[in-house]
Structure formats: structure tokens, C-alpha cells
Design a protein around this ligand. Structure first.
Ligand SMILES: [Fe+2]
Ligand SMILES: [Fe+2]
Length: 265
């Protein structure tokens, strides 16, 4: 098993199990009062991921890798389950079986993509098949840039329409990230020839600038929402949730930058 297997596994599980737990809450809040079965399912997933989160915090770097390997398999199964639940709900919404429910289809698709990402990461860790660095840089950025573009769209749509200036700002972030996503896909299509150190380095630098400014915007929005200074239907926990995901992306960009620099030295 590779170096840092325990550390990497615990880091991913601690971060993403909390995210999955919160998705369950957001889904629940978006259901109608009469959707008692769906609400119960959401509660089940909340408890399931809360348990996983607590368990992940009870392990340490000294825990036997074999124990972590089994834990990863268990978490993988739970994530597959919540992924299937999210896709089921998406199906119900898209076939108009939940009229008046309050979660956008794109949001449900979005949180299912996050589950899928988490599940793949667990599989890669357990099978020791992490992408080579240049592929990882492009794939992770394609994934996270789309996530960031979606967040900007959700914020724009969940702010009260009378918050014209903030809605405008959120829309502009949405546009910015759509463009960055297209650029990332172009780079992806030009690979492996595009996987030179200068191009990848510039790609990371450019993405970092935009992610930092979106992260700061989310931070401000979170503070304004918590202080009840703006009109919106954004749950304070959702504001914090999208802020944490931006921070995660920044950490990943910085980690790639370090690896890239280490390679050229
Ligand atoms: Fe999320
Ligand atoms: Fe997200």
C-alpha cells in the first residue's frame, strides 16, 4: 500500500462524509411535507454519514492500513447508496412527480456528481490507482470548475431577486467559471501534448485567481446570511458548505502546484 494511504483516506472521508451528511439535510429541506418516505430516507443518510464522520475522526495516522482499507470499502457502499438515492430523486423531479418541491434538478445532479467523485476517490485509494500528475491536474480541475460554476448559479437563483447587485455578481462568477471550464476541457482534449509544465502551471495559476475571488464572495455571502443582512432562501449551512468546497479546491490546486514544482527542480 502506498505512502500516505491512511492520511489520504482519512482526509477524504472526513471532508466528504460531512458533505454527504449535509446533502441529506438539504434534500430533506427541499421535500414537501407529504413526502414522508423521502424525508425518512434523507434522515437515514444523515445518520449514516454522521456515523461515518465520527468513525473517521476516531481513527488516526497510527491506525492499521488494513482497518482503513476495510473502512474505505464500507464507506464506498454507503456513498453508492446515497448516489442512487440522489439519482432517484432527480428522476422524480424530472418526471414532475414532486410538484412544488424545492431542490433544483441541477442541484440534485450536482450533489450526485460529488458523491460519484467521493466514491471514485475511495476506489482509487484502495486499488492504488491514482491518476498520474498531469491527468490528475486536468481531471480535478474539470470536475471542480464545474462544481464552482454550479455554485454560482445556485447562489444567483436562491438570492432574493430584489438583491440585484448580489445576483449580478453571482451571475458574473457563473460566466467566469463556465469560461474556465471550457478552457479546461480544451486543455483536456489537447492532452497529452498539452501536458507541459508551463501550460499546467499557468492553468493552475489562472484557476486559483478565480477560485480565490469566488471563495471570498461565498465567505461574504455566508456572513451576510448569518447576520440576516440579506434577503434569500439560502440556508446558512449551505452558504458554509459551498465555501468549504471552494477551500477544498484551493488546497488541491496548491498541492498540484507543489508537486509540479518538485518535478521541475
Ligand atoms: Fe456539496
Ligand atoms: Fe457543491
Amino acid at each position: 500500500m502506498s505512502d500516505g494511504f491512511v492520511a489520504r483516506s482519512l482526509d477524504e472521508i472526513r471532508f466528504w462524509s460531512r458533505i454527504m451528511k449535509e446533502h441529506s439535510l438539504f434534500l430533506k429541506l427541499g421535500f414537501r411535507c407529504e413526502d414522508t418516505q423521502l424525508i425518512q430516507e434523507a434522515d437515514y443518510f444523515f445518520a449514516l454519514f454522521e456515523g461515518i464522520e465520527n468513525k473517521a475522526h476516531s481513527y488516526s495516522l497510527e491506525t492499521d492500513p488494513k482497518v482503513i482499507e476495510r473502512f474505505n470499502v464500507k464507506v464506498y457502499k454507503a456513498v453508492s447508496q446515497i448516489w442512487a438515492f440522489k439519482r432517484k430523486v432527480l428522476g422524480l423531479v424530472l418526471t414532475c412527480q414532486l410538484p412544488g418541491a424545492n431542490n433544483f434538478p441541477l442541484l440534485i445532479d450536482h450533489i450526485s456528481r460529488e458523491a460519484n467523485y467521493f466514491r471514485n476517490r475511495l476506489k482509487e485509494l484502495n486499488t492504488g490507482t491514482l491518476d498520474p500528475l498531469p491527468d490528475a491536474i486536468i481531471n480535478e480541475n474539470v470536475f471542480f470548475l464545474r462544481i464552482m460554476a454550479d455554485h454560482a448559479k445556485f447562489i444567483a437563483h436562491l438570492l432574493d431577486p430584489s438583491e440585484r447587485k448580489l445576483v449580478e455578481q453571482a451571475r458574473s462568477f457563473s460566466h467566469d467559471f463556465d469560461q474556465l471550464l471550457f478552457q479546461a476541457r480544451d486543455l483536456e482534449s489537447m492532452s497529452p501534448q498539452s501536458q507541459t509544465v508551463p501550460l499546467l502551471d499557468q492553468f493552475l495559476d489562472q484557476n486559483r485567481v478565480s477560485v480565490k475571488s469566488l471563495r471570498d464572495f461565498k465567505k461574504t455571502a455566508r456572513e451576510l446570511i448569518e447576520a440576516c443582512r440579506i434577503k434569500s432562501i439560502i440556508h446558512p449551512l449551505l452558504a458554509d458548505h459551498v465555501f468549504r468546497e471552494a477551500e477544498r479546491f484551493l488546497t488541491i490546486i496548491d498541492m498540484f502546484e507543489q508537486h509540479l514544482n518538485a518535478q521541475t527542480r
